[in-house]
Design a protein around this ligand. Structure first.
Ligand code: GLN
Length: 188
């Protein structure tokens, strides 16, 4: 299985390592042609305003949007989820989310870097808690047509929208491959 990891900015290496450990062939996606033949894609955390700009300079915005609209499975984490949301609160004026996951997310909605935290999450379909690592995490303030897979303090933090899984936290930093495994099991 060939999995593209959007590698414009952010925590893509850790995702690549997790996928590699699970036996996937990883392609770092920096240009449109890198999307050719991938079975799934990961959109990592990082800085969504920067990633948003780089989607344009890399000319990946249109082909990535088309591929996701056509049903390419995606695992979008943190800034990655912000990129795919229908609405971004406290975003930059020029930020243009792709509108593929029906949530409104507030950037840094749990506070600044110093407010970063870890919390055990009960994830639908997983045995035992998964440690959510929240780093300047987006907060889902409205969840529309999505399935909620996990909540923290009653607020959704892991959602499924068709073939797209969106996380507010950093599963690649948890030292626990179960969410990547779950993602790969949904591909094909
Ligand atoms: N606060 C970041 C942003 O708005 C997201 C943080 C993260 O990906 N860990 O892009």
């Amino acid at each position: 299985m060939k999995v593209g990891v959007l590698a414009l900015q952010g925590a893509y290496r850790e995702h690549a390592e997790a996928l590699d450990a699970l036996g996937a062939e990883v392609v770092l996606v920096r240009q449109p042609q890198h999307l050719a033949g991938v079975d799934a894609v990961v959109l990592p955390g990082g800085e969504s305003t920067t990633q948003d700009k780089l989607l344009d300079t890399s000319e990946l915005r249109a082909p990535l949007t088309d591929a996701l609209r056509d049903g390419l499975p995606a695992f979008a984490t943190c800034a990655g989820l912000i990129l795919l949301a229908t609405e971004v609160l406290d975003g930059r004026a020029d930020q243009r989310p792709l509108g593929l996951v029906d949530v409104s997310v507030r950037r840094n909605g749990y506070g600044r870097q110093v407010m970063s935290f870890e919390a055990p999450l009960a994830v639908r379909g997983l045995d035992g808690p998964f440690t959510g690592v929240f780093i300047r995490a987006p907060r889902i303030e409205r969840a529309g047509a999505v399935e909620v897979l996990a909540e923290h303090d009653g607020v959704p933090v892991l959602v499924q929208s068709g073939a797209i899984t969106g996380a507010c936290f950093h599963p690649e930093l948890a030292g626990d491959l179960r969410l990547h495994e779950r993602f790969l099991s949904q591909v094909r």
